[in-house]
Design a protein around this ligand. Structure first.
Ligand code: FAD
Length: 312
């Protein structure tokens, strides 16, 4: 089943909070470079120690105060109480955040059930965010929050089957999600297959392909380790066989651009690029595709925050 995007594809990037003072200063340049391509939004990951989590919220504050970029705040429910999540969502909304990616997060190592938190799955976080939104409806007069969720082109490592993942995605939509972003994937048929199966099951929200330009073998293996995916052997051997950084860069960007183009051909409503806090590779993918976002404050004048259509 091929879908047709009604408008130009939305463009977004993923950043993670800087890990030290030096990274803090370089990320400002990275953000400025990414901003020049007018992405529709920039997402900020959320995980790790309390300091790392605070750094995520600080980065979102920076985006709101010092750039014209629209942030999408990742939020995870693992290890959290309802009360702590409620407080955090209220804080983000008060900061000016109008888009949240609602995730469960990875279970802590050792898998001690007492550390799982009060909400076992992302769909309950979607419900909690909608609940906060209802209680704050007076201050959110401009519209609803945009809530995104994760989708998996390959079976999630803890899931019994790919079909189960589709049911979980449907449950997240029914809980109030407006759109989904996929986990990384390496084969062009994976995105088309996910969308086809999701639509057949009744999922109607936009499913945005999440793609990462991978420009060295070590990063590819690390990524696969983190996401529970099998490394793409063809990409791996091409990267391993390249003799210069420039060649590896070309391979990574070319592979990502091909995946993205295939997803657009299959009707993808947008492109979410995982950046590893490096502007060059994602911007080269955007150039290769001759893409441009519509996301500067001027370009989106009149568009409502939180309108799911703005993410299509
Ligand atoms: P869920 O949708 O809750 O699913 C988790 C598991 O539970 C799946 O195996 C699912 O099949 C199963 N499940 C769900 N509901 C049920 C049910 N009712 N009954 C039985 N089983 C069920 N992690 C971070 O820590 N920080 C981030 O910033 C972050 N950003 C991400 C961004 C994207 C775009 C993606 C794709 C992932 C991101 N992750 C992040 C990783 C994510 O947290 C992990 O993949 C996590 O293991 C699952 O999160 P989820 O939101 O998909 O969980």
């Amino acid at each position: 089943m091929t879908e047709h995007a009604a408008t130009a594809p939305a463009l977004s990037y993923e950043l993670y909070p800087p890990r030290n003072e030096q990274a803090k200063s370089t990320i400002v340049d990275v953000i400025a470079e990414l901003e020049a391509s007018a992405p529709d939004y920039v997402s900020v990951t959320y995980n790790g120690t309390p300091e790392r989590r605070r750094a995520s919220v600080e980065l979102i504050g920076h985006l709101i105060e010092h750039t014209r970029l629209r942030p999408l705040a990742h939020l995870t429910c693992v290890g959290e109480t309802r009360e702590s999540l409620d407080r955090l969502v209220n804080h983000l909304v008060a900061l000016g955040v109008r888009g949240v990616l609602a995730l469960r997060g990875d279970k802590p190592e050792g898998d001690d059930p007492s550390s799982h938190g009060e909400l076992p799955f992302a769909r309950y976080l979607v419900e909690l965010i909608r609940d906060v939104e209802n209680r704050r409806s007076a201050s959110l007069a401009a519209g609803r929050l945009a809530i995104g969720v994760a989708a998996y082109p390959k079976r999630h490592p803890e899931s019994p089957s790919f079909r189960h993942d589709i049911e979980v995605l449907l449950a997240k939509e029914r809980a109030g999600a407006n759109f989904a972003i996929t986990q990384i994937y390496f084969d062009r048929t994976d995105y088309a297959n996910l969308v086809r199966q999701a639509r057949a099951a009744g999922v109607t929200i936009p499913i945005v392909p999440g793609i990462m330009p991978v420009n060295n073998e070590r990063r590819l293996l690390r990524l696969c380790e983190l996401s529970g995916l099998a490394p793409d052997e063809e990409l791996r051997s091409r990267l391993a066989g390249a003799s210069t950084d420039a060649e590896r860069h070309r391979i990574g960007v070319g592979h990502a651009a091909e995946l993205a183009q295939a997803a657009f051909d299959d009707g993808a409503p947008g492109l979410h690029l995982y950046t590893f806090n490096d502007a060059r590779s994602p911007l080269d993918v955007v150039d290769a595709l001759q893409l441009t976002g519509a996301g500067t404050a001027d370009a989106r004048e009149g568009a409502e925050y939180g309108d799911a259509n703005a993410l299509q």
